[in-house]
Design a protein around this ligand. Structure first.
Ligand code: ADP
Ligand code: MG
Length: 457
């Protein structure tokens, strides 16, 4: 056994040598936040989550194909939300010529605490259909843990992980089907991206498959992109794919030209990952509606529906009526009465937008009925903590932590035919038990891997 200090120094050196990197807000190069030892999780539950990727992918794809459903679902929320209204206005308008659809998804889960560890069960937090990040760095932190465990008995229980491989394979297949060998992949980025290494890993892996990537922001694309015979052409090159690592929040549409660029992508034959409909299929409101069994049944076979519904927690329209014991009351009032049991979510992605506890109750009380329509209420998932040591910019910190587990998936379809649908690996973000959010870039989450444990006995 190495002493802890040497072990920490070795881990940091490994991280730096192997691309587990970030830029600090000051622009300094540093290792990305990581957990020193992998997160212990029940083997059977982890296998179950892996198996759920395929049905959830198919679900998102089918929902994306039903624009009238998306419109009906999101129009009430869009009345109070310019960003959502703008996106909705782009659905179903373009009459474009592209039967290929590629989804790169990440389904996030927390383990809900039971009476004993054997009773802990996985519950879905959300399905991401746009900018599902950290596939590259997840592989890097797995390599770190594999290195640190080498020669120890636990090594055999570290669950293999390199999601980027499967994502790049799917992108490459989509590119092949587009049928223009010299065409590029356009990556839509935010100008001041700090999580650039995760993106570079994608870009460089794609280049090894013979596909070049061009990085542009939406405003840049508005200036430099054009439609030529249906193709999206940027600086003289056809973009076979347009892969979004931006475009999921209002900040990315601060100027009208950004929305014009999005419309240009939608109108062209580029394979948008995602197109607007697929992005909206991942909206919180849509996920809330899908917790209704009859709605879910419209989009999937019964067996798959049952398996997916088993990981849902309750999600409600704030105005909907809820039965609490013998009382019937609006969900939002129930949430105000017991704030710790709920999370209030707006139609936003990217972390930092949810409301909890007293802030949630105050916000709900201050809203009109119509304003509440822009949100969903979700039952709060509480996880069993485990002791972990996390490392941020060289500084270790111990204590109780909980892990959020994401499963990456890819789905490639042509028209109504699925060509490829598979799970490609995982992301673990481990956060201090007291932290509400788990964003890695936001400074809460630490990249981690899975150590399978047997809780059956
Ligand atoms: P975003 O799209 O902004 O990432 P999420 O739904 O993933 O929104 O929520 C952000 C974070 O908040 C999650 O990563 C998770 O840590 C926490 N969270 C979200 N929903 C719940 C919930 N129902 N129970 C407990 N924590 C939650
Ligand atoms: Mg999320």
């Amino acid at each position: 056994m190495k002493d802890p200090e040497r072990r920490l120094a070795e881990a940091i050196d490994f991280a730096l040598l192997n691309g587990l990197l970030k830029y600090t807000p000051q622009g300094r190069l540093a290792h990305a936040p990581f957990a020193l030892t992998p997160s212990p999780q029940p083997a059977r539950a982890m296998a179950r989550l892996e198996a759920l990727t395929v049905p959830f992918n198919a679900l998102a794809w089918r929902v994306a194909g039903d624009v009238p459903f998306l419109r009906a679902a999101l129009e009430p929320a869009a009345r109070h939300d310019t960003f959502l209204r703008n996106l909705l206005s782009l659905t179903g308008t373009a009459d474009r010529d592209q039967p290929l659809r590629l989804l790169v998804t990440r389904n996030d889960y927390l383990m809900q605490i039971g009476d004993t560890p054997a009773d802990d069960v996985p519950r879905q937090v959300e399905l991401n259909t746009i900018s599902a990040a950290y596939a590259g760095l997840a592989g890097r932190v797995h390599a770190l843990h594999a290195h640190l465990l080498a020669g120890q008995p636990e090594a055999a229980r570290l669950l293999p992980n390199d999601p980027l491989v499967g994502i790049v394979e799917a992108v490459s297949q989509a590119h092949g089907r587009y049928g223009q060998p010299g065409a590029v992949c356009l990556m839509v980025i935010q100008p001041e991206e700090r999580n650039i290494f995760d993106q570079r890993l994608f870009e460089f892996a794609l280049l090894r498959r013979g596909i070049a990537t061009r990085r542009l922001s939406l405003p840049q694309l508005a200036g430099e992109g054009a439609l030529r015979e249906g193709h999206l052409v940027v600086r003289g090159e056809v973009a076979a794919l347009t892969y979004f690592r931006a475009g999921y929040g209002p900040e990315d549409y601060a100027t009208p030209d950004a929305l014009r660029a999005r419309a240009l992508i939608e109108a062209s034959s580029t394979i948008a990952v995602p197109d607007v409909a697929t992005q909206l299929a991942g909206a919180k409101k849509v996920q809330q509606l899908l917790t209704d069994p009859a709605t879910l049944a419209r989009f999937c076979p019964p067996e798959q529906g049952k398996a997916m519904a088993a990981v849902f927690v309750g999600q409600y329209e704030p105005q909907a009526s809820l039965t609490l014991g013998s009382r019937k009351l609006p969900a939002w009032e129930a949430a105000c009465a017991e704030p710790v049991r709920y999370v209030l979510k707006p139609q936003r992605e990217g972390g930092g937008n949810n409301l909890y506890d007293q802030a949630m109750a105050e916000a709900l009380r201050g809203m009109s009925a119509e304003q509440r329509d822009a949100y969903i209420l979700m039952e709060r998932i509480v996880s069993r903590p485990h002791d972990a040591l996390t490392v941020v910019e060289g500084v270790p910190r111990g204590g109780p932590h909980v892990s959020e587990i994401g499963r990456f998936g890819v789905l490639l379809a042509e028209g109504r035919r699925e060509l490829l649908n598979r799970d490609v690996g995982y992301l673990v973000r481990t956060k201090a038990e007291s932290s509400l959010e788990s964003g890695v870039s936001a400074g809460f989450g630490h990249l981690d891997s899975l150590l399978a444990v047997d809780t059956s006995s």
